[in-house]
Design a protein around this ligand. Structure first.
Ligand SMILES: [Zn+2]
Length: 682
C-alpha cells in the first residue's frame, strides 16, 4: 500500500506527457566521478569496478556501521545541514510567529534541560488529573478517543496510543479521504515481544516490567510493583489481539470498511459514542479497520478489565510519551529501556540530536522551508521536473511495445501513467503553521501543541476532497515515497542532490543516476507491486492472468542471469528473491536512457573530461550503486534483501544495447551478452 524507500519525500505536480524544454547541453557542471574510474579494468569485463575501483579501494566503513554508500554520505551531510539550520534559527531570535522563530524556539526549549528539570512533572499535572478523573467505561472511552494518535501512516504496525488514525483516500473511492483505523497501544514494538515464549523474550518482559515500575515511581505513583505487573498483563492481552505481521502487511486483509454503527456490534466493550465524539470524528460515517481483531479485542478489554488498571496503563504511557521533555531522570530511564535494551545503543546520543529529531517531527515542513530556501532552489525543482517529464514520456513510449502485456492491459497502464502524480523537491503549498504557538522555555507545552495542531490538520482533511498532491514526508529527508493509493510518488530535495542529481550539473549524469532511480520507482506502479492498484489508486487487479503468466516467462532469463552472480565461493544471488527489484532496475535504466536521448532533442551531447554523454550516463548509473560493506552484511543482504548487491545492480547495463556501443563492449568481454540474450521485459 505504502512503500517507503529509506526515508522519504513527496510533492505535488501533475506530470505532463509533453516533452519538456530540453536541458541538453547544459553541461556546465563537472563530472567529479571520473577520478574514481579504475583505468586498469576494462569496462566490458567488470563495469562496476571500472566505474568505482578507486573509490572502493579508498572507502572506509565508519565505525559502528556495516556498510557505506552514497545514501549514507548524503544522509550524514543532510543531517548536518539540518542541524546547522535549526541551531542558527535558535540563535537568531527571529520575529515572533515566523517559521524560523517556531523552529528555533522549539529546538531551544528542548535543549533547555535546566528549565525542564525545574518544572519537574508539573507540565503533566492537568493530563494526569484527567486520567484520575476517569471513573467508568464511558469516561475511559472518551479519554482513549481524545488521545487517538493521528501521526501514523500505512507502515505503522503498532501506533503509540491504543489506536492510530491515518487519513488517506479510500481503497475504493479516490475522491474522498477516509479514516483508516490502525492497531496500537503496545509499549514494546511488536506483538511477538509479548507472545514469544523463548527465555530471551521472557527475560525482556521482566526487564520491561522493571522499567514500568521505575517510570511509575518517577511519576510519583506508589505500589509500583503491583501496578507494573498489571500493566504488563494488560499489554500482553492487547498483543494477543494484534494481527500477525504477515496479515498486517496484506492490503486485502486491511480493507475492512466498518460503518459507524458496526462498532457497537462488531467490537463491544468500548463506549464508541464517547470515543468518537472525544476524537472529534463523531460525524464520520465510515472507517477502514485495518486489523479488526485488534479493534474487537482491545474494545473487549476496555469492557472487561478494571478501570483502575487502564488508568495506570494510561499514566505510564503519558510519561513515556513525553519522557524526552521531562526531567533528566525520566528521560534517562526511558532511554535505558528503549535506547540501550531494545535498540542496543551503548550511550544516549547527544541531546542536540534528539532535539533536532523532535523539531523535525513537530515542524517538518517548517524545517523543510528553511532547508529548501538554502539548498533546493525553484530552478533546481524546475530542472528535476523537466527530467521527470522526460522520464514519463520515455516510459509511455515503451508501453505499446511490450510483448507480454495484452492490448487492453496496455490501455490501463497508459491511463495509470497519465494519472500518476510525481512530486520533486518540496511542496507547492506548504503547511501553514500560523495557528501553532511555539514558546521558548515550554518544551512539553510546545510538543503537546504541535501534536494537537498536526492532529487537527489531519482530521480536517476528512471534510475536504482528497488531494492527490498532498505531501506526506519532509523535503529535508534523504528519500522517496511511493503511495500506490493515491497514485503518487515523491522525491525529496534531500535525495535530489549531488552525486544523484546536480541542478547545475551534467544532464547525462543526472539521468543515469537520479533519473534511473526515479524511473525504477515509476515502474513499480506498473509491476507486480503496483498491479493491484488502478489509475486512481483504488484496489483493483488490472493485469490479466495471461499477462501475469507471460511476464513470468519473460523474466526467467533475468532470474537465471542473477543466479549466476556468486560473490563468494559458497554464496550466490537468489534470482527469484530479487526479481521484482531487478526488473525495476532494468526498466528504470532503459527508461532513463530513452529520456536522456529525448532531452538532447536530436543534438549530440558535449564531451566532458574525455567522456561522451553516453559514457557519462552509464558511468553515473554504475556509480549510483557503489557500496562498501562487510562480508557479514553482504551475506545478510543476499539472504534476506529483495535488492541485489550494488555490483550486480550496476551490471544491469549488460542488457542495454546502448551500453555496448558507448563502451565498445565486444564478444569476449566478460560482461558481453549476445543481443538475443539481453533481457528486456519493460
Ligand atoms: Zn524498487
Amino acid at each position: 500500500m505504502i512503500s517507503l524507500r529509506a526515508a522519504g519525500l513527496i510533492s505535488l505536480f501533475a506530470c505532463t506527457l509533453a516533452l519538456s524544454p530540453a536541458p541538453a547541453n547544459q553541461n556546465k557542471g563537472t563530472v567529479n566521478s571520473t577520478e574514481d574510474i579504475d583505468l586498469s579494468i576494462r569496462a566490458g569485463d567488470d563495469f562496476y569496478h571500472y566505474s568505482n575501483g578507486i573509490w572502493l579501494r579508498t572507502a572506509v566503513i565508519p565505525a559502528g556501521q556495516a556498510s557505506y554508500d552514497t545514501r549514507s554520505i548524503l544522509a550524514a551531510r543532510t543531517s548536518q545541514r539540518v542541524r546547522d539550520l535549526i541551531q542558527e534559527a535558535a540563535a537568531a531570535q527571529s520575529a515572533k510567529g515566523s517559521v524560523a522563530q517556531k523552529v528555533g524556539d522549539y529546538y531551544a526549549s528542548f535543549m533547555d534541560e535546566s528549565s525542564i528539570g525545574a518544572k519537574g512533572m508539573t507540565p503533566l499535572t492537568d493530563e494526569m488529573a484527567a486520567i484520575s478523573a476517569i471513573n467508568n467505561k464511558k469516561s475511559l472511552s472518551a479519554y482513549l478517543g481524545a488521545t487517538l494518535n493521528s501521526e501514523v501512516d500505512g507502515l505503522t504496525g503498532n501506533a503509540d496510543h491504543v489506536f492510530g488514525v491515518w487519513v488517506n483516500q479510500s481503497f475504493t473511492d479516490s475522491r474522498r479521504y477516509v479514516f483508516h483505523l490502525l492497531q496500537g497501544g503496545l509499549g514494546m514494538p511488536d506483538r511477538d515481544d509479548y507472545l514469544d515464549q523463548s527465555p530471551k523474550m521472557a527475560g525482556l518482559r521482566d526487564q520491561y516490567r522493571s522499567h514500568i515500575a521505575a517510570m511509575l515511581k518517577l511519576a510519583g505513583i506508589d505500589d509500583v510493583e503491583i501496578r507494573a505487573a498489571r500493566i504488563l498483563t494488560l499489554e500482553i492481552q492487547i498483543a494477543q489481539t494484534h494481527a500477525p505481521d504477515a496479515d498486517a502487511a496484506d492490503v486485502f486483509k486491511q480493507n475492512n470498511p466498518w460503518k459507524r454503527a458496526d462498532f457497537a456490534t462488531k467490537a463491544p466493550g468500548m463506549d464508541w459514542g464517547a470515543y468518537f465524539q472525544a476524537a472529534g470524528v463523531s460525524e464520520q460515517p465510515e472507517f477502514i479497520v485495518w486489523q479488526p481483531s485488534a479493534v474487537t479485542g482491545t474494545s473487549a478489554l476496555v469492557g472487561s478489565e478494571p478501570v483502575d488498571v487502564w488508568k495506570d496503563y494510561l499514566r505510564l504511557h503519558l510519561a513515556e510519551h513525553y519522557a524526552t521533555v521531562l526531567p533528566r531522570a525520566v528521560a534517562a530511564e526511558h532511554f535505558a529501556f528503549y535506547g540501550t535494551l531494545l535498540s542496543g545503543m551503548q550511550q544516549a546520543p547527544d541531546r542536540s540530536q534528539d532535539a533536532v529529531a523532535a523539531t523535525n517531527a513537530a515542524l517538518g515542513q517548517a524545517v523543510g522551508q528553511l532547508y529548501t530556501q538554502r539548498y533546493f532552489s525553484p530552478e533546481a525543482k524546475a530542472r528535476a521536473k523537466a527530467m521527470v517529464s522526460d522520464l514519463i514520456a520515455a516510459y509511455r513510449a515503451r508501453i505499446p511495445n511490450l510483448t507480454w502485456m495484452c492490448p487492453q492491459t496496455k490501455q490501463k497502464a497508459l491511463a495509470k501513467l497519465d494519472a500518476l502524480r510525481i512530486g520533486v523537491g518540496y511542496p507547492d503549498r506548504w503547511i501553514d503553521y500560523s495557528t501553532l504557538d511555539v514558546t521558548r522555555g515550554d518544551a512539553l507545552g510546545n510538543m503537546r501543541r504541535a501534536e494537537a495542531f498536526n492532529r487537527l490538520g489531519n482530521l480536517a482533511k476528512l471534510k475536504q476532497p482528497a488531494d492527490p498532491d498532498e505531501w506526506r514526508i519532509d523535503p529535508q529527508i534523504v528519500g522517496a515515497v511511493i503511495l500506490f493509493s493515491p497514485n503518487t510518488e515523491t522525491f525529496s530535495a534531500g535525495i535530489l542532490q549531488p552525486p544523484f542529481f546536480d541542478p547545475q550539473g551534467d544532464a547525462a549524469s543526472n539521468y543515469g543516476s537520479a533519473g534511473a532511480g526515479i524511473a525504477h520507482e515509476i515502474s513499480h506502479g506498473f509491476d507486480e507491486l503496483g498491479n493491484i492498484y488502478d489509475d486512481q489508486g483504488r484496489l483493483s487487479s488490472w493485469w490479466t492472468a495471461d499477462d501475469l503468466a507471460k511476464s513470468h516467462a519473460a523474466a526467467e532469463r533475468l532470474v537465471a542471469q542473477f543466479n549466476g552472480y556468486c560473490p563468494l565461493p559458497d554464496l550466490c544471488v537468489n534470482g527469484k528473491q530479487v526479481l521484482t527489484e531487478n526488473i525495476a532496475d532494468l526498466a528504470g535504466l532503459l527508461t532513463a536512457h530513452d529520456a536522456y536521448v529525448l532531452s538532447l532533442n536530436g543534438k549530440t551531447d558535449v564531451v566532458i573530461n574525455g567522456l561522451t554523454g553516453e559514457r557519462r550516463f552509464f558511468l553515473a548509473f554504475a556509480q549510483r550503486w557503489r557500496k562498501a560493506q562487510s562480508e557479514t552484511a553482504l551475506r545478510r543482504q543476499i539472504k534476506t534483501d529483495t535488492h541485489s548487491p550494488g555490483e550486480y545492480r550496476s551490471d544491469t547495463v549488460r542488457n542495454v544495447d546502448a551500453w555496448y556501443k558507448a563502451y565498445d563492449v565486444l564478444p569476449g568481454d566478460k560482461l558481453y551478452l549476445k543481443p538475443e540474450d539481453r533481457v528486456g521485459i519493460w
